[in-house]
Design a protein around this ligand. Structure first.
Ligand code: URA
Length: 209
């Protein structure tokens, strides 16, 4: 399932962070804000229940989000760090996991998953944050490891830009995964970068000032 998150304010933010030459401060700030938007969008799909609330003047009908305590946010180092910062501002009591994966720069871009530290995932809503879904290799390798560890209730990817190839590969190997993205870009270049994309998200967030 792919959900294109196309709110106007979010799309304006995405346009800003794609720009060549944007400085790290504005890039990180934009990513944090997009993380919040993506989390808002996801929160709209969580289960809720009816409750009532005593106001100073009477009793009002209201609701409570039931499964917000079941969320585990997974940060794919290092580019996801600012994205996760935004997501955690919305899911404030989420649990938190960290994955380090390195991709070989030569085709077919094999991936080695290194550091992998997750709380229990059984019956959780696993929210994997990775700004760029490019070849799909990193995500598929991480999803394989997650399924060795347990069976989440939902697995949701929060991306900023996804390539058509990345989406197809993830959907082929992990059809139950839900992908939320702000844009789908059609091309990958010979180095496995998304075109037009935004460049190297990690370098833009944490590279030279
Ligand atoms: N990672 C990035 O940061 N950018 C891409 O285009 C692909 C992978």
């Amino acid at each position: 399932m792919i959900e294109l998150v196309d709110h106007l304010l979010l799309q304006e933010k995405l346009t800003l962070i794609r720009r060549e030459g944007i400085d790290g401060i504005h890039f990180r700030g934009g990513i944090i804000e997009i993380g919040r938007w993506l989390a808002y969008e996801l929160s709209n799909t969580l289960e809720k229940e009816d409750v009532t609330v005593q106001t100073p003047l009477g009793i009002a009908k209201g609701m409570r989000i039931k499964d917000k305590n079941d969320i585990v946010v997974v940060s794919v180092l290092r580019a996801a760090i600012p994205l996760v910062e935004g997501i955690m501002r919305v899911f404030r009591n989420a649990q938190y996991g960290v994955v380090g994966a390195s991709r070989n720069d030569e085709p077919p871009f094999p991936v080695e998953v290194g550091y992998f530290k997750l709380p229990p995932v059984d019956d959780k809503i696993l929210v994997i944050a990775d700004p760029m879904l490019a070849t799909g290799n990193t995500m598929n390798a991480i999803l394989d490891r997650i399924h060795e560890k347990g069976t989440p209730r939902r697995v949701v990817l929060l991306n900023i830009i996804a390539s058509r190839t990345g989406i197809e590969r993830v959907e082929r190997e992990h059809p139950d995964v839900e992908i939320y993205t702000c844009a789908v870009d059609e091309e990958l270049n010979q180095d496995g970068y998304i075109v037009p994309g935004l460049g190297d998200a990690g370098d833009k967030a944490f590279g030279k000032p």
